[in-house]
Design a protein around this ligand. Sequence first.
Ligand code: ATP
Ligand code: MG
Length: 289
Amino acid sequence: MAGQTPLSDQITQNFQDRVFLEKAKFGVPFSTRVIAVANQKGGVGKTTSVVNLAAACALGGLKVVVIDADAQGNASSALGIAHTPGTPSTYEVITGQASIGEVLKACPDLDNLWVCPATIDLSGAEIELVDLARREFRLADAVSHFVEAYQQIDLVFIDCPPSLGLVTLNVMVAADEVLIPIQTEYYALEGLSQLWSTIDRISGDLNPKLHVSTMLLTMADKRTKLSEEVESEVRSHFPTQTLQTVIPRSVRVSEAPSYGQSVITYDPNGAGSLAYRKAALELSLRLAK
Ligand code: ATP
Ligand code: MG
């Protein structure tokens, strides 16, 4: 019965979400959409959001590619893809040694999901790119060739490193739009104006279609007043961009990567998984408009 204890409320909520998600139909974008997931602030949930939104969209029937553009390779390992040095990866793509199609690996746990892995080699790209022709457009050129060759792909998520260097610039130039994860904590909006003006500058100079389409609140703790306050502050600043769904803090979400899995397959019926599936549904319905 709802209202008895927080635990019974949670169980009721999870049950309702499961029933809702079983019937839900994901939106399919008219053409491939490329979404950069960025925030130069570290540890706000970029990688976790890429991995789980991508997995949830694939489960919802969309054809999804994840491009890991962070040398840490966390998105690759969380999706069960090896990324030892030398593995053909985003580094080879960005330096022009391979195409995206050549380096993609299928996610072992989910159909419809492919990964362009990142290895530690990508950390050298920041410096190597400086001397390459079209240095800001390397990834954009690769992505547009890929999208042309594989028109059946619905969504491409790109995981950015926590910086605004040349690799992130390449991602922003390759993307149609930006999704910003915001951790519900003190100083949640700190640094956002810098990110925002960087995106404005890129859309002015290098990629006119780029804009911030989506903001996602992550790691919320419903028991604290702080989470509520941060949520309402973010919603008042960004009413149209902020997704209705908020991702709760959940141990399952944080332990899934150590099993080489998204939380969508690791703990399908937990609150974290259901929240990411609801957020992915919302995102897909926006993209299908
Ligand atoms: P970086 O800037 O280093 O790339 P990031 O923005 O990609 O970090 P994540 O790696 O996704 O952030 O998350 C940071 C940490 O928080 C990780 O240990 C992750 O497991 C944990 N985390 C993310 N989301 C949640 C959640 N909803 N509940 C609990 N832990 C979470
Ligand atoms: Mg990350």
